[in-house]
Design a protein around this ligand. Structure first.
Ligand code: HEM
Length: 138
């Protein structure tokens, strides 16, 4: 019983730490909000494609503000100011490309185009993976 309690306390602490981490930067907050909207779009069975398009539009308008925030780990990943400047510009370009996939997802939902919906989700997933690999120091 004690071991179980300890384990559950440990899991609770880890969850709290990860929530705190997720919310600690402005960029993290935006990303989290966008991620939560995406989860609703994917899981809420009561939504039709117009409803999904509306939520994706909302996510996109939050997401574009990511370009205003310097990724936290750029300071550790790059040594010189010149390299950091290049990295920030490159990061913004990646967000821009990814933003266009969100807009294309909205278009695809509005047009009920299943193939385009799938393609846009896959491009978003891919951009997330690449962006996180490049700009989050793990
Ligand atoms: C639309 C697709 C994306 C989603 C759903 C997404 C979601 C998330 C989530 C949930 C977090 C965690 C917040 C945290 O735990 O701190 C995060 C953090 C982060 N994401 Fe994304 N992400 C996406 C695309 C990208 C792209 C394309 C880039 C880079 C070009 C990027 C860069 C980052 C960075 C740098 C952080 C850490 C926050 C910080 O530095 O303060 N993300 N993202």
């Amino acid at each position: 019983m004690k071991i179980k309690q300890l384990l559950s306390l440990g899991i609770t602490c880890l969850s709290l730490i990860s929530i705190a981490h997720a919310d600690e930067t402005e960029l993290g907050k935006i990303m989290d909000e966008v991620n939560d909207i995406f989860k609703t779009v994917k899981k809420d069975a009561t939504l039709d494609n117009n409803g999904k398009a509306e939520l994706v539009r909302k996510a996109a308008s939050l997401y574009i503000d990511s370009v205003k925030h310097l990724p936290t780990d750029i300071q550790y990943l790059y040594k010189t100011d010149a390299d950091k400047e290049v990295a920030f510009a490159d990061y913004k370009a990646m967000i821009g490309t990814s933003y266009s996939h969100l807009c294309l997802l909205e278009v695809a939902y509005l047009k009920n185009d299943e193939a385009a919906i799938e393609q846009a989700w896959s491009a978003i997933k891919d951009s997330k993976k690449k962006g996180h690999k490049k700009y989050i120091d793990e």
